[in-house]
Structure formats: structure tokens, C-alpha cells
Design a protein around this ligand. Structure first.
Ligand SMILES: *Cc1c(COP(=O)(O)O)cnc(C)c1O
Length: 421
């Protein structure tokens, strides 16, 4: 459920008409709903009620400072995957002891910054990385809290580009080698081994792959404890999917996920950490765009809009579906038309949808891409020298631009001319 609903045929973001925001900030833009972020965070919090837990929002899904502050105010921790994200989390006021550092390629400098600024734990993904964390910790005279990310070799049954838990993926260490790797970690004086980490992929629409992975983690916890390790925290990753196509998708609910977590891992008395990104942010945001032209092709109709693949890359990158809706609903009984909905970028891949049925549109009409809050703005680029589009946050009847559109001069002046030119 989200807070983008029609009132008398006009799309609202909470209590604000979307067309009013468009008039003020221009199109295209991202629009987020505070109430939806809050609702999704609470669903997870309630789902894990009765367990000692921390929800570390995977901020790579949507990392605007205003979004981080909104979630941090509810008690969220952050899952970061780069030095830049770590700095963003700190800048939003998130304390180090609520920041978890994930990712396969943490550099010396990133590890140094996190150990200096405070960190809840590193989720270690390889032995070479373990050696560097140990080295930095010893240099700083501290012990770095770590979990090891294990790769449980389960099929997440999601898009190949976002599956991370099969043995062929680059993530984590094979679970079959875990005992050996934990023994090595325990021998390094700069490390404090505190738990186990697993994350098998994104946009999972079934509970079964999670269950298989968590059962393996449960068994491993007992083995590692028998080996003498103090396993007190389990980081279960993110990955729960969202309904992108509302008419025919119903992924598991957070409450069902939470029940399965308690069932598979509850008996171990560990602190539970989860790292949801998409489920918290995805349906909390839309991308609003304007129709530029309707072009009649030989056998199809093209709706050319001012948003493009550089603004929302998911359809081009993952063949992702986004529901696309008019900001002003057509009169009841209007016959829908099939449109290929495309952006202005010079690539055939700049196609959002093919033969999508929509009520007829005309130039200057507004449309909204639903479920664009996660992996939308954060994956945008300035390809074709198109400025990064603004982000707007709605809260009840107020809204604010939380990142403005840069001017052409600002974009151009980031280039520098060498002295020989
Ligand atoms: C991307 C990622 C997440 C978040 O995944 P979602 O599908 O957005 O919930 C969590 N943990 C790690 C390690 C990730 O890489």
C-alpha cells in the first residue's frame, strides 16, 4: 500500500496534487511520500516484534539526506556499500553504531574512515578483505567488529543481474568453507567476530529461497558456536520484493517474512539484523513525466515523454515493469490505446514499455511511473547531458524539493579545460 491515490480523478501524493508539484518544479521529477516510507519501515519493525532486532535500511535504494533522516528518526540503522554512502549516513546524523558496511570491494580508505568514524560491523566478503580490515584496525589500535558474508548457494529465483546467493556470484565466501574462514578470522587480533551475514538477492517474490538460506545459517550458527565462536548477531540481508505490476503480483508480506525468520532462527537467541531497501523505498516514490509528442508509427503509437532511461534505468537494465498511470484520469468509458512509451535519449533501449494500454494522452499531459522510489534516482546519470532530475518529498499537505535540478552551467562547469587548449 502507498499514499499515491486518486481524488476526483486527480493523482495525489498524500494530500498534495501531483500536478501542483509539477507546476512548481517542472518535469521530470521524483516524488516521495513520507507516510509510505514510515509505513514500510514499521511493517518490518512489527514483523520482527519480540526479537532483539535492528532494521538497517539498504540506502543504496534511495539515499537522499531527507529520506535517511526520515527513516533514522524512526530508529533505522543504515546498510552502506561505499565510503560515499557511509559519509551520507553520518551526514544525516546516523550514529556509527547503527551503520553496517557491506560490499565486495571495501578499500583501505573506506575501512579507515569507517573505523575512525564508528561502525556497527563490517560484513566481510573475502579473506583478502579480512586481512586489510585487520591491518587497519591494528594501526588504529582498535578491534573491528565483523561478520562474514556466507554464500549459501541458493537460487533466489529473481533477475540474473540481482541474484547474489549462488556459488557463481561474486558475493561472500562459500558456506562450505565457512568454518575454515571463521577459524582464520578468530586468529586475527584486529578482528572481533560477532556474527554471520547473508544476502541472497533482490526483488525476491517467494519466501522459499530465504528459508533455505536461513536454515543453512541456523545450522552454521550451531557449528561455529561449537567451534568456540561467539555468534551473537545474524544479518539476514534484504531482498524482499515488491509488486511492480499491481494487477498480478503479490510477493510475501513483511509479516510473513518476519514469521519465517522467527521460525528458522528464533531459537538461536541472536540479535537479528535485516537490510531491506527496495521494500521500504520502492512504492514510496513515483517518477512524474510529461508527454512531449504522440507519434504514429507504421504499426504502433509512440508516446514520447520527457523522462528517459538516464532518469529511470530499470526498464532498460533489468527489463523491469513499472505501472504507468495518468496524473489526470480519463473519463470513465474512454477506450484505452496501446502505446510504446519512450524517452528522448538516442538509444532503442530508452523504452519504458511496449504496447502498454493507457487512456489516450496528448502533449503536455502528465504521467507517473509507479514503484520508482528504489533504484530510481540513485541510478540516474547525466547521459545526453540531461540534468539529474529533482527529488521532492511530500509530508501530509506539504512538500519540499530535497534535491534541485542543476542548471546547464553547473553541469558544464564541472569540466575543466587543460591549459594547452
Ligand atoms: C542491495 C542490498 C540490500 C538491499 O536489497 P533490497 O532488495 O533493496 O532489499 C541489502 N543488503 C545488501 C548487502 C545489498 O547488497
Amino acid at each position: 500500500m502507498d499514499h499515491f491515490l486518486y481524488r476526483d480523478g486527480a493523482l495525489f501524493a498524500e494530500d498534495v496534487p501531483v500536478s501542483e508539484i509539477a507546476a512548481q518544479v517542472g518535469t521530470p521529477f521524483y516524488c516521495y511520500s513520507t507516510a509510505t516510507f514510515e509505513r514500510h519501515f514499521r511493517l518490518f519493525d512489527e514483523a520482527l516484534e519480540g526479537t532483539d532486532h535492528l532494521i538497517c535500511y539498504a540506502m543504496k535504494a534511495a539515499s537522499n539526506q531527507a529520506i535517511l533522516k526520515t527513516l533514522a528518526a524512526l530508529g533505522a540503522g543504515m546498510d552502506v556499500v561505499s565510503g560515499g554512502e557511509y559519509a551520507r549516513a553520518k551526514a544525516a546524523g546516523v550514529p556509527g553504531d547503527r551503520i553496517v558496511f557491506s560490499g565486495v570491494g571495501k578499500t583501505y580508505d573506506e575501512i579507515h574512515a569507517a573505523l575512525t568514524g564508528g561502525i556497527r560491523q563490517f560484513n566481510v566478503e573475502s579473506e583478502p578483505e579480512m586481512a586489510v580490515i585487520n591491518k587497519v584496525a591494528l594501526e588504529l589500535g582498535v578491534r573491528a567488529p565483523i561478520t562474514v558474508r556466507v554464500n549459501p548457494d541458493v537460487d533466489a529465483k529473481t533477475h540474473a543481474k540481482i541474484a547474489t546467493g549462488k556459488s557463481e556470484n561474486k558475493f561472500g565466501i562459500p558456506i562450505s568453507r565457512a568454518r575454515e574462514v571463521y577459524a582464520h578470522a578468530a586468529s586475527l587480533p584486529g578482528l572481533e567476530v560477532i556474527g554471520i551475514d547473508v544476502h541472497i538477492g533482490s526483488q525476491l517474490t517467494q519466501l522459499e529461497p530465504f528459508r533455505l538460506a536461513y536454515e543453512k545459517v541456523a545450522a552454521l550458527t550451531e557449528e561455529l558456536r561449537a567451534d568456540g565462536h561467539n555468534i551473537k548477531r545474524l544479518d539476514l540481508g534484504g531482498g524482499l520484493g515488491i509488486p511492480y505490476e499491481r494487477s498480478n503480483e503479490a510477493p510475501p508480506l513483511p509479516v510473513e517474512y518476519g514469521a519465517m525468520v522467527k521460525e528458522t532462527l528464533g531459537h538461536l537467541n541472536c540479535e537479528i539484523e535485516i537490510e531491506p531497501g527496495r521494500l521500504i523505498a520502492g512504492n514510496a516514490g513515483i517518477m512524474v513525466s510529461k508527454v512531449i509528442y504522440v507519434k504514429e508509427g507504421e504499426d504502433r503509437k509512440f508516446m514520447i515523454v520527457d523522462g528517459a532511461m538516464n532518469d529511470l534505468i530499470r526498464p532498460a537494465m533489468y527489463e523491469a515493469h513499472h505501472d504507468i498511470v495518468p496524473v489526470v484520469e480519463a473519463e470513465p468509458g474512454t477506450e484505452p490505446q496501446a502505446y510504446d512509451i519512450v524517452g528522448p535519449v538516442c538509444e532503442t533501449g530508452d523504452t519504458f514499455a511496449k504496447a502498454r494500454n493507457m487512456s489516450p494522452v496528448a502533449p503536455d499531459d502528465l504521467i507517473a511511473f509507479r514503484s520508482a522510489g528504489a533504484y530510481g534516482a540513485v541510478m540516474a546519470s547525466e547521459y545526453n547531458t540531461r540534468p539529474l532530475i529533482p527529488e521532492v518529498l511530500v509530508n501530509g499537505d506539504q512538500f519540499a524539493v530535497i534535491r534541485r535540478r542543476p542548471t546547464f552551467d553547473e553541469m558544464i562547469n564541472r569540466d575543466t579545460i587543460p591549459e594547452w587548449l
